[in-house]
Design a protein around this ligand. Structure first.
Ligand code: OGA
Ligand code: MN
Length: 298
C-alpha cells in the first residue's frame, strides 16, 4: 500500500510503502510521477539502491543528462554525478561545492533538467544529529504570493542564466574550456522566461535564481539588479521552504521547474556522500506563450 505524507511546508511529501529496487508497475510509476508533480519534492526512506537500480529507476522517468563536470561521474556510471567531500587516493570523488547557493539544476541549458534524483549513501552525524540538510523552495508558492502588480510586471519578461556567473562568481573557474564547450547551449548565456509555466501542472513558477541569473533582458543594469534582488530574496523566504534532514538510504526527487535548492555546509570535517541522476527537460514555456490555455488568469 502506498501512502503519501505531506510535510508541513508548501512542498515535499514522503512516499511510504514502495521498495524502489523492485520492478515498478506502470500504475505505481504513474502514482509516483503524479505525487512528484503535485508535491514538487518527494522522498522515499530506507532504500538500498545499487547504482544500476538508481539509473534504471531514473530512466523510467525520462532521458538522463550527463553532468558537464564529468570528473565527478561515478566510475563506470556516467549518468551518476557524485556529490561528496570525500577523497580517494588524495583526489576528490565528487563535487564538494554542489548547491552552495540557491539554484535549479542545469538552468543554464537551453532545455534545462526537469528533475533530479539524489540518493544518500553517507550522511554526516554529530551528537546524534544528522547534518548536511538540503533546503528546497517552492517556486509555485513563491509566485502565488507575489502581489498582483508584480505578477503583471513579470509577464513575458526574460532573464539570462549564465554558467559563468554560477561557476566563476561562486566557485571560481571550476570548468575548463573543454567542459564549457560541452554545456548544451555552448556554456554561453542562455535566455529563459522569468516566469515559467510547468509543463505538467500548468502552474506558474519563478525561474530566476541567485546562482546563475545575471540579468533581466531589456531592463537597465540598475533596474535589472534591483528586480533580481527583490525576486531572489522573495523566493527563498522560510515560508516557501522545506528543509530535508537526510538519512542514509533516502532517495529524494525534486522538480527543477517548480523548485530551487541549496545545500547546508555545516558538517566539515565529517563525510557526506550523495549520488545524483538528472532528468533531461524541455524548452521552458513562458507565462505569455502559455496564455491561450490559461486565459483569464493573472
Ligand atoms: C545537487 C545539489 C545539494 C546537496 O546535487 O544538485 O545541489 O545538498 N545538491 O547535496
Ligand atoms: Mn543542485
Amino acid at each position: 500500500m502506498i501512502s503519501i505524507r505531506r510535510t508541513n511546508a508548501p512542498l515535499g511529501a514522503e512516499i511510504q510503502g514502495i521498495d524502489l529496487t523492485g520492478e515498478l508497475d506502470d500504475a505505481i510509476l504513474a502514482a509516483i510521477v503524479d505525487a512528484w508533480h503535485e508535491h514538487e519534492v518527494i522522498f522515499f526512506r530506507g532504500q538500498t539502491l545499487s547504482p544500476e537500480q538508481h539509473v534504471c529507476l531514473s530512466r523510467r522517468l525520462g532521458e538522463l543528462e550527463l553532468h558537464v563536470r564529468s570528473e565527478f561521474a561515478k566510475p563506470g556510471h556516467p549518468e551518476i554525478f557524485v556529490v561528496s567531500n570525500m577523497l580517494e587516493n588524495g583526489k576528490p570523488i565528487g563535487a564538494s561545492d554542489a548547491g552552495a547557493t540557491w539554484h535549479s539544476d542545469s538552468c543554464c541549458r537551453r532545455e534545462p533538467s526537469s528533475g533530479s534524483l539524489l540518493y544518500a549513501r553517507q550522511v554526516p552525524r554529530r551528537d546524534g544529529k544528522m547534518l548536511g540538510d538540503t533546503l528546497f523552495s517552492s517556486m509555485t508558492a513563491a509566485y502565488e504570493a507575489l502581489p498582483d502588480e508584480m505578477k503583471m510586471r513579470l509577464r513575458g519578461l526574460r532573464c539570462v542564466n549564465s554558467i559563468d556567473n554560477g561557476y566563476t562568481r561562486v566557485r571560481r573557474n571550476v570548468l575548463d574550456e573543454n567542459q564549457r564547450s560541452r554545456v548544451p547551449g555552448h556554456g554561453a548565456d542562455v535566455e529563459h522566461p522569468v516566469v515559467r509555466v510547468h509543463p505538467h501542472t500548468g502552474r506558474k513558477c519563478i525561474y530566476v535564481n541567485e546562482s546563475y541569473t545575471t540579468h533581466i533582458v531589456g531592463l537597465s543594469a540598475d533596474d535589472s539588479r534591483a528586480l533580481l534582488d527583490i525576486l531572489t530574496a522573495h523566493v527563498t523566504q522560510p515560508q516557501f521552504v522545506y528543509r530535508h534532514n537526510w538519512q542514509v538510504g533516502d532517495l529524494l526527487m525534486w522538480d527543477n521547474c517548480s523548485t530551487q535548492h541549496k545545500a547546508m555546509f555545516d558538517y566539515a570535517p565529517l563525510h557526506r556522500l550523495m549520488e545524483r541522476t538528472t532528468l533531461q527537460g524541455i524548452l521552458p514555456l513562458s507565462d505569455v506563450e502559455h496564455e491561450p490555455a490559461m486565459a483569464g488568469q493573472v
